[in-house]
Design a protein around this ligand. Sequence first.
Ligand SMILES: C[S@@+](CC[C@H](N)C(=O)[O-])C[C@H]1O[C@@H](n2cnc3c(N)ncnc32)[C@H](O)[C@@H]1O
Length: 291
Amino acid sequence: MRLPIRPLRNRWPRVLENHLGRFFWSDPRTILNDDAGPEEFRTAMSAIEVGGTYKITGAKRHPNADALILEHVDLTDAVIVDIGASDGSTSLELISKLNGFKSYVIADLYLQIQARVQGKLTHLYDQDGNWILVVGTRFLAWPAPSKLVRSLWGKSARAAAQQPSPAQSVLLLNPSVRQLMAKDPRVTAQVHDIFAPWAGPAPDVIKVANLLRRLYFTDEDILTALEVLLGNLPEGGHLAIVDNSRIAGMPPRCGLYRRDGGRFVTVAETDNEPEIKDLVHKVGTGSRSVP
Ligand SMILES: C[S@@+](CC[C@H](N)C(=O)[O-])C[C@H]1O[C@@H](n2cnc3c(N)ncnc32)[C@H](O)[C@@H]1O
């Protein structure tokens, strides 16, 4: 678990940051700025934690997973749904490698947050009004995991939430993704919960990267989500599961699975199999049991 209160970069004596750099965070308020560049936006957004998952993403995060999909699936006329896509940076990368596709949906349960300024503090809230982050002039802090943070700044967060003026709404899509969406109607963004059935056109490929992780969910929950994903796919449809492991030196792991006879069969995997491969193979076989 990370420390719930962290110093902000460039606000403390340089010597401190030089020695303790890994504890310092970029200012998440950058996402409130319309002029933020793609990389700045991505870095700032990594501080956002909603519903127990982090919004962390990155550029060139799963090239080998994309290669696996491109090698094994004809995407020319495909409906592609990318669930848990965060700010869409990795979606953009896959899109840039496609020769053609029918539609690409960047789907995430949390695409919007609200910001309010109270004195020198900025409070961020998720779409349900839950307080998720406080940022001061020299620090940021996460209230969910810390009683201390809640007792220090909870009063200010509650006062901010009651301000009569509307909160600033922030769309958590990378500026480069918004640009692409504005010029390519095939690319859209949609709020979607991976535990809910997909309501749009049947996907040919569903990509789920760094969401169905044991870091975030129990095996029971992951199995439930995989059952829903299986139900979302027509026979012959593909599911790509990706995880960027925290194991030192481990490259991104990916598995590509096809719906075949009401269960998932393996099409291809990276040398290191994805963390939840065992669960993927339990779905639809009637062998759902969690040790
Ligand atoms: C660690 S990020 C992964 C981002 C991107 N796929 C990548 O690999 O870089 C996990 C994302 O899943 C989203 N998320 C969390 N719970 C979700 C749910 N139940 N349904 C859909 N998305 C969810 C979070 O908002 C976050 O953007």
